[in-house]
Design a protein. Structure first.
Length: 323
């Protein structure tokens, strides 16, 4: 693609063939259409569903031919998808890495094939910054800090221990690692805050429910649930209600994402505080894709702007919620 105009009288047919099969990446789209290979994490949460929809719709609007794959939250599937995009000579590969580590080999293969890569949503931990052009997504450390800041204020008057249980996202994923560390870094300033249990619920509703059931059985006094996403908080709410307790009152609940389902629970007072994480990255991704392929310089980090909601703010924002 971005096939150079190789038109010369008499040689046109031969040269067109060369361009299609050549190393510029014909992408299967013909003409000047850009082909983008996108390797998605999965369909684990409301956030992810909204993210996928945003990417598919934005590609259509931008006139970009999108090849889309769902890795079902498995790194090996994502690596396979990226390798297949390399084979198909797409113009650009974008992906949301399920976990942070283990990407160097496959990204070197993309680099050797001259196919630029954009990271969206989640980061990788490779020190080699030449393996990708830019990283578009949220600041997950900041999200964890926002959760902690609100909790510190909310429990200002508490004199005894504040027992916290944490529902972690997918083990090894950037949002799980960063939301954990951002939160822990701030609450450690006050010794009354105790994280008494912390386990992964894999960012799913069923995972959150299962882990919360176990937490409730083994811990008689739980004051706070800090869930790394809304889906796990919603699963935890089911477990808390089944145990005869009132979510949002007997147990304070904090989560991240601010999807419609999460915001509805917040408006109902079942979630006390939500940190927003915006999944609508499609337009920015298409824009960056076009710029990278046009040879323009793009910033190496594009951070999503986000806000937070307590229960009253969630109620007010809910009618206009886009995801
Ligand atoms: O918070 C969670 C999803 O990577 C930011 O992944 C994303 C996270 C999001 O499963 O709901």
């Amino acid at each position: 693609m971005f096939k150079k105009s190789l038109v010369a009288v008499g040689l046109a047919a031969v040269l067109t063939l060369t361009a299609c099969g050549g190393s510029t990446g014909a992408g299967g789209g013909g003409s000047d259409e850009i082909t983008l290979g996108f390797a998605q994490v999965g369909a684990e949460s409301g956030w992810r569903t909204a993210n996928t929809k945003s990417i598919q719709e934005s590609a259509k609007t931008a006139g970009i031919n999108l090849k889309f794959s769902d890795a079902q939250q498995k790194q090996e599937n994502q690596i396979k998808a990226i390798r297949s995009y390399i084979q198909q000579k797409v113009d650009l590969i974008a992906f949301s890495p399920v976990v942070e580590s283990g990407w160097d080999t496959v990204l070197k293969e993309a680099k050797d094939a001259n196919i630029p890569v954009i990271l969206t949503d989640r980061a990788i931990d490779s020190p080699d910054k030449t393996l990708y052009k830019t990283f578009l997504g949220s600041d997950f450390v900041l999200e964890g800090q926002e959760a902690a800041k609100w909790l510190i204020k909310d429990k200002e008057a508490a004199t005894g221990d504040v027992n916290i249980v944490e529902l972690q996202g997918t083990t090894g994923a950037a949002p799980a690692n960063d939301r954990m560390s951002g939160f822990a870094d701030l609450i450690k300033a006050e010794s009354k805050f105790k994280i008494i249990a912390s386990q992964t619920g894999d960012f799913t509703r069923s995972g959150g429910k299962q882990v919360m059931e176990a937490f409730l059985k083994s811990n008689p006094k739980i004051d706070v649930v800090y869930a790394h996403n809304d889906d796990m908080a919603l699963g935890a709410i089911e477990a808390i209600e089944a145990a005869g307790k009132v979510p949002g009152k007997d147990i304070t609940i904090i989560s991240v994402d601010a999807t419609k389902d999460g915001m509805t629970a917040a408006a109902d007072g079942k979630i006390n505080f939500i940190v927003e994480c915006n999944p609508l990255l499609g337009d920015q991704l298409m824009d960056l894709t076009k710029k990278v392929l046009a040879g323009e310089t793009v910033p190496e980090r594009v951070v999503t702007v986000e806000t937070t909601f307590d229960s009253a703010q969630a109620k007010a924002a809910l009618p206009d919620r886009k995801y």
